[in-house]
Design a protein around this ligand. Structure first.
Ligand SMILES: NC(=O)c1ccc[n+]([C@@H]2O[C@H](COP(=O)([O-])OP(=O)(O)OC[C@H]3O[C@@H](n4cnc5c(N)ncnc54)[C@H](O)[C@@H]3O)[C@@H](O)[C@H]2O)c1
Ligand SMILES: O=P(O)(O)OC[C@H](O)CO
Length: 650
């Protein structure tokens, strides 16, 4: 109603002033309208809105509620007459509102009957509820700011799933029956509400901004009082005119963006685009889960359906691997027999893969990631978020660097990690598994859960990014030890002893390097669960076991040879990680404090026989800068001791 008075009256003083001021000052910013397409600046504001305020009458609701109530009470014409007489400027908005209420003169029972005759659901503008739902699902606060009355607006508010405390509207004043205490007679409205006055909407928004630190607030409405909401200090940052019910020329010309349907606003909301950087066994399994999620009904509002996956291009069956993946939706080399999803697009070009991506998933073997990240510099959006699935770390002259740190530093992105007991092939067959997502920004973690969680893949959020990543990295060394033990023919007691010692060293080492690491992280999937899975079923364990078999068979093979022979192009992380961790232990003089890590490293570098794993406490005390440096006595003592323990296996 306020809009109608303000915009229809060519003479009303208050209305005239508001119209002229609103339109003139807005044009000064955005140039003459109508703006039926949003400018880049307007689109950016809409997409970065933290709060969106909607007018009710003729915006989210198809009619002016007071007019409708007047008609219902049989005084439609009389109320229209007051509206018209107010248009000559002889009456303020407040007086006009007061007089119309006096004519309507309804009781609470009349309002109930009115709401029954005109249920709120039947009065919603098409698309309003869907738009509001989508804003809310993105964490954007939605408010309704109306010059109408709370008694009539609340049902609309509920029908739109907007919490009543997020409604700003006028309140009717009621005379109360002395005997029953019940409201009986309408006696005007509460003038203390900002919405009952000219300039009330910007004041309501300023009030909101005092309570919440919203950086960007958008006002959507059909009238001058909505347009006005951006004019005053503390008001909205953007006004979107809505012409789906009534089209007001002044509003159309002055709005920075004028739309006829909420669908247009919905379409313009940002959608997340996920890109996978990597295409090995785990990368394929992870991207399959993502693709399943994004193809599900109802996800297209928030996520683009297609996922681009960067592939280190190679020839397979005489064809480019990318071509094969795009044709068969299967990575025949790294995850044969598993359908990845028709919404995965394999790309050999990194820039094309990450173009417009808002969620970057990093999953390549850790030895390649530095080069990949360097190539990505300048290609990724600064607003994107990253998540690393990579288990491994870098060692630089100035110390260790986790992959999440590398991504954060080189690309300037917030980087979460996903770590856990996740053997790729099993999850690719939809076997139940779980993972830990560690994030430093809770909202990012929740979004990432939406991307990864499947009915067969549970995720838990923790705040300890470094702890989770250290777990994923270090367990690969312990898995080698478990493989040695298995290859030597020892049973579960010995493996459990090695795993316990390994977990202990993982925790101590992680905390020694990064004191913020939390003990409880080691009880998550990324900790003890991953250790168990890897020590019983992983590639590091398998290759370490075969290493022992080759030694015992008298035909020793290096880890590189075994990797090539056994893994079909997949990459082992444990040996490299062992060398990287050992470099840190050596530099800090900690080798003897981490006897299991040290012994594993000496075995993989062929400075000690595999059998020394079951004598790791002593083996780590032996001084072996290189195999040649180890005293023959030391080595034979260790080998003999282990052989005896393993029943002659060494
Ligand atoms: N496989 C698993 O079960 C599993 C589970 C959890 C975590 N991870 C971790 O995920 C990460 C990736 O492992 P994965 O299993 O997806 O890979 P993978 O070992 O199966 O495959 C190796 C990948 O490296 C690529 N590659 C080869 N040479 C390259 C080069 N020069 N530059 C860039 N890429 C090259 C290959 O194309 C292939 O995609 C690792 O850190 C691993 O520890 C693996
Ligand atoms: O096969 P691995 O030894 O590289 O381990 C795979 C995963 O990390 C297990 O969670």
């Amino acid at each position: 109603m306020l809009e109608r008075l303000a915009s229809q009256s060519p003479h009303g003083k208050a209305a005239q002033t508001a119209t002229a001021a609103a339109a003139a000052s807005w044009r000064a910013v955005s140039g003459p309208g109508p703006h039926l397409e949003p400018s880049p600046r307007v689109l950016k504001l809409w997409r970065s809105a933290q709060a969106v305020c909607f007018d009710i009458d003729c915006t989210v609701a198809i009619n002016d509620q007071l007019d409708l109530l007047a008609e219902f009470m049989g005084v439609g014409e009389k109320v229209a007459a007051i509206t018209n007489s107010a248009m000559d400027g002889s009456m303020s908005l407040e007086d006009a509102l007061e007089q119309r209420l006096a004519v309507i003169n309804c009781t609470p029972a009349d309002i109930q009957a009115f709401l029954k005759a005109h249920p709120p659901e039947s009065r919603l503008t098409p698309g309003a509820k869907e738009l509001i739902q989508q804003l809310q699902s993105r964490g954007i606060a939605v408010y309704l700011i109306s010059g109408g009355f709370r008694e009539l607006c609340l049902p609309i508010c509920r029908a739109l799933n907007v919490p009543p405390k997020q409604l700003f509207a006028n309140r009717m004043n009621w005379q109360v029956d002395d005997d029953t205490g019940m409201p009986t007679k309408l006696v005007g409205f509460d003038l203390r509400e900002p919405t009952g006055h000219q300039g009330g909407k910007p004041r309501a928004i300023a009030e909101l901004r005092r309570m919440f630190p919203y950086e960007t607030v958008v006002m959507v409405g059909d009238g001058i009082t909505d347009l006005e909401a951006v004019q005053e200090g503390g008001g909205a940052d953007l006004f979107i005119g809505f012409g789906g019910i009534v089209r007001r020329r002044v509003v159309e010309e002055a709005a920075d963006w004028f739309v006829d349907s909420f669908e247009v606003l919905r379409e313009a909301l940002p959608r997340h685009r996920v890109a996978m950087i990597g295409s090995g066994a785990w990368a394929c399994t992870a991207v399959k889960m993502i693709a399943e999620n994004l193809a599900e009904e109802g996800r297209s509002d928030k996520f683009c359906r297609d996922v681009r996956m960067w592939v280190f291009e190679e020839e397979v069956e005489g064809r480019k691997l990318t071509e094969l993946i795009n044709e068969r939706h299967e990575n025949v080399k790294y995850m044969p027999g598993v359908q990845l999803g028709d919404n995965i697009i394999a790309c050999a070009d990194l820039a094309e893969t990450v173009k417009d991506a808002t969620i970057l998933v990093f999953c390549s073997p850790h030895q390649f990631i530095h080069r990949i990240v360097k190539q990505l510099a300048g290609l990724v959006s600064k607003d994107a978020i990253a998540i690393s699935l990579i288990k491994g770390m870098r060692v630089r002259p100035d110390g260790p660097q986790l992959i999440s740190e590398l991504i954060r530093k080189e690309l300037g992105l917030d980087c979460s990690v996903l770590m856990g007991a996740n053997i790729a092939g099993d999850i690719a067959r939809d076997e139940l598994s779980e993972a830990t997502i560690a994030d430093s920004v809770l909202a990012n973690g929740q979004l990432l859960q939406e991307v990864f969680e499947r009915p067969y893949f549970y995720t838990t959020l923790v705040p300890d990014v470094v702890g989770a990543e250290m777990c994923g990295t270090l367990k690969n060394i312990v898995a080698l030890a478990a493989g040695f033990v298995e290859g030597l023919g020892f049973g579960p007691n010995t493996k459990a002893a090695i795993m316990r010692a390994g977990l202990n060293e993982m925790r101590r080492f992680a905390k020694a390097l990064y004191p913020t690491v939390r003990d409880e992280t080691f009880f998550e999937s990324c900790g003890v669960a991953d250790l168990i899975a890897t020590c019983y079923g992983g590639r590091n364990r398998l290759v370490a076991k075969e290493f022992v078999a080759a030694v015992q068979g008298g035909k020793p093979e290096s880890f590189a040879e075994l990797e090539a022979r056994l893994l079909g192009g997949q990459k082992l992380q444990g040996v490299l990680t062992s060398d990287e961790v050992q470099a840190i232990l050596q530099r800090r003089g900690w080798e003897r404090d981490y006897p299991l890590f040290t012994t594993v490293n000496r075995i993989v570098n062929e400075q000690l026989p595999p059998s020394s794993i079951v004598d790791y406490k002593a083996a780590a005390q032996v001084r072996v800068a290189a195999a040649a440096d180890a005293s023959a006595d030391d080595l034979s003592r260790l080998a003999l001791g282990a052989a005896a323990a393993a029943g002659g296996a060494a």
